[in-house]
Design a protein around this ligand. Sequence first.
Ligand SMILES: C[S@@+](CC[C@H](N)C(=O)[O-])C[C@H]1O[C@@H](n2cnc3c(N)ncnc32)[C@H](O)[C@@H]1O
Length: 268
Amino acid sequence: MTLTTSALAACCAGLYGHPLVELIAGQSLHPGGLATTRRLLAEVRLPPGAHLLDAGCGLGASARVGALEFGLAVDACDVSASALHRAAVLAEGVGARICFRDASVVDLPYPSGAFAAVLAECVLSTTSKRDGLAELRRVAEDGGALLLSDVTVSETVTIPEPLASVLCLTGAWRPGELDKLLPSAGYRVVRGWDESEGVSSLIDRLEARVGLLGAIARVAGHAERLEAFGVKLDQLREPGSVTAVFEGIRQLVDERRIGYRAVVARAV
Ligand SMILES: C[S@@+](CC[C@H](N)C(=O)[O-])C[C@H]1O[C@@H](n2cnc3c(N)ncnc32)[C@H](O)[C@@H]1O
């Protein structure tokens, strides 16, 4: 099954702001979590008050780190209204001043050259990479930084839909794609590193939380409530179920066919 980029975005947009997804996945919605974000931000040593854009901010966990730990002036955007609403509540709760906007990474409502750095974590794999990179380049100042982290897959991986889309695998970066698209979008790569271990730990955490949630729901007699969210407890352990897919993904990571990559690039 082939999904268009707009179908892909629509599928994922509603999901990321869902309370059940936050419960299971947490607030930082990419492999490697905030440790990867902190490393990306630390690599570029921005002065306090410098302007950062978090494009595809999800629940705003990285944006909060940029504002509170690095003292940056942060703008953040996403196409998911529910994620943005939750992100604004969470930011307010910890006193982080972040300007959230409902906007797509392929059509950003910011002036050209507005940002010293743009952060794009696990978002370009959910939309048109070429258009997204061009927009991120436009809003970055000359010499500004692109801080990117995203899912990579080898040519041979086929994961069934819609799961592949939900896990950002459908549009994941293919071998050589980053090296080709970044220079043609006006970036020079200055550093890159592998964060694939983060995929395995994320899968471990998701599996543990799904299991825990199932156990609690059973004990508390709330199975039917979970079913209202589309989660059928009895199916969790069947072949083709969530548990089996987690195991399959762990294996693909071990075989280095699914990975996660972090890149720091400069706008030239
Ligand atoms: C895997 S989540 C990552 C969220 C956040 N960057 C993080 O790492 O916690 C992907 C996010 O990208 C958002 N998204 C998808 N397509 C987008 C687009 N075209 N423009 C902006 N955000 C988009 C989704 O709504 C979702 O919140």
